[in-house]
Design a protein around this ligand. Structure first.
Ligand SMILES: [Zn+2]
Length: 474
């Protein structure tokens, strides 16, 4: 196989795999990505190593899981990052590739810019820049450096909330009426006062108060279609520059999104709707066309895969496994099991083997319906709303043992950093101590503006939600 000397890694933030046509979605969100998938290799069961954004990209660029690299949630800071070895872009820079990132990850995840010569944050703020602007920056960079060896990371934010920002043209393609059978019911949120308030306050801030899942899903899909159209601009440019056949393109995401399933929204958990993300390799004439890989893969696998495709040495102490033999069809899969961790609100770990998903929740602020350990049959219950740990007690026991074995192998006697995150907490974890204060002195918050300011500094948005609950109770 030729060596990849022109590589574009495209990440579409917050993109659920199952909302793309090439992953079986029925609505027309992704005609261009579907075409790319048809010409390349698609991994059907690709998972984020860690969730949400910062841990996911940190795992991708370091090829180390959060429990090893130290970044497991948005509460982590640069000094928590434990990896001194070269990150993905550093490998390419050392090999003489021009490296560029069209992304604003540097604002919150500055440790990931190592190795990038050109750092171009579209929109000049965290989550800034729309698909049109990101593609324009990417095309401009490719016009300048596309003739040499390069590694370009292009990061789109559009499907991330708020969902209401796609141009009207795209919003008109998706009608809420079509989502009646797709939209999840809201029983877990409706039956929990804290979650109900959390949900409505969140959407009040993010989506002009729109809370109906069918409307939110239609908006979300319009954002995907918007990105899909602008990704096509990059492929058109590759053709114009006459480097189409020499360029390897990878399309992936950092995590998916929930819309009320099992009481969750946004990307606050690591169930299937959040952990399962797309992965597509495109390099016509160099790698197989129209291949679909049934086995598992993980975000950490990208570094060794890209290095091998570029003919560069793969470091030996990473968590990722090269997918090259899977891509070329020499091997069926690199993994029999996948594990995803999260710390956004709940602190959670999902272990998947075959079609069974064991979920261990270490902390569950407000999400009272979750048990510490749950077992789901993904073949019958993709939304993971039916815990079968009691009904399938033997399977449950075996999965728990398998997870313990995996942890022992992975940690080799080191501490499991996910447990520390229970103390450090995701931002909404802080609801619990705050609720305790409020139970004792329920009206202090509303009456004393200086105390309110202190609490907002310390507890952030949680204060707004709790104030709403109090107002409603009054
Ligand atoms: Zn993200």
């Amino acid at each position: 196989m030729d060596v990849a000397r022109k590589i574009i890694l495209i990440a579409i933030d917050t993109l659920r795999a199952d909302h793309l046509g090439c992953y079986g979605y029925k609505l027309s969100t992704s005609p261009n990505i579907d075409k790319i998938a048809n010409q390349g290799v698609l991994f059907e069961r690709h998972y984020a190593t860690d969730v949400p954004t910062r841990p996911s990209f940190t795992a991708l660029f370091s090829s180390q899981r959060g429990i090893k690299n130290g970044i497991l949630g948005h509460e982590n800071v640069a000094s928590d990052f434990r990896i001194l070895k070269p990150l993905l872009a550093e490998h390419f820079a050392a090999a003489g590739y021009r490296t560029g990132m069209i992304s604003n990850l540097l604002y919150t995840t500055p440790w990931l810019v190592k190795g990038f010569k050109d750092i171009i944050p579209p929109g000049l703020r965290w989550q800034g820049g729309n698909a049109e602007e990101v593609s324009a920056e990417a095309c401009q960079w490719l016009k300048t450096y596309g003739n040499g060896d390069f590694f370009l990371f292009v990061h789109y934010w559009d499907p991330h909330g708020p969902y209401i920002e796609a141009p009207e043209f795209y919003q008109k393609i998706f009608l809420a009426e079509e989502y009646t059978s797709i939209a999840p019911d809201m029983r877990f949120i409706e039956s929990n006062e804290v979650l109900k308030s959390f949900y409505s306050q969140y959407h009040k801030l993010a989506n002009r108060g729109e809370t109906r899942p069918k409307r939110l899903l239609a908006y979300y899909d319009s954002e995907i279609r918007y990105v899909d159209d602008y990704i096509e601009r990059i492929f058109q440019l590759l053709q114009q520059l006459n480097i189409e056949e020499k360029t390897l393109v990878i399309i992936t995401s950092d995590h998916g999104e929930a819309f009320g399933e099992y009481g969750f929204f946004d990307h606050l958990s690591c169930y299937e709707n959040v952990a399962h993300i797309p992965l597509i390799f495109w390099w016509p004439g160099r790698i197989p066309e129209g291949q679909r890989i049934k086995g598992f893969s993980l975000g950490v696998d990208l570094m060794p895969t890209l290095l091998e495709l570029a003919g560069l040495p793969i470091p030996d102490d990473i968590c990722g496994k090269s997918l090259v033999k899977v891509i070329t069809g020499e091997k069926g899969t690199s993994r029999q099991e996948v594990v995803t961790n999260t710390c956004a609100t709940v602190v959670q770990r999902m272990y998947i083997r075959e079609n069974w998903a064991l979920v261990h929740t270490l902390s569950r602020p407000g999400f009272d319906h979750i048990k510490e350990y749950e077992l789901f049959n993904l073949a019958e219950d993709r939304n993971q709303e039916i815990d079968v740990s009691e009904k399938e007690s033997k399977k449950f026991k075996n999965m728990r043992l398998a997870l313990e074995d995996w942890l022992a192998r992975e940690l080799q006697g080191q501490a499991d950093l996910l447990h520390f995150m229970v103390e450090k907490g995701g931002w909404a974890w802080r609801l619990t101590p705050l609720q305790k204060i409020l139970c004792k002195h329920p009206r202090i918050l509303l009456k004393d503006p200086s105390l309110r300011r202190i609490l907002i500094n310390k507890f952030g948005l949680a204060v707004n939600w709790l104030e709403t609950i109090l107002r409603e109770e009054n």
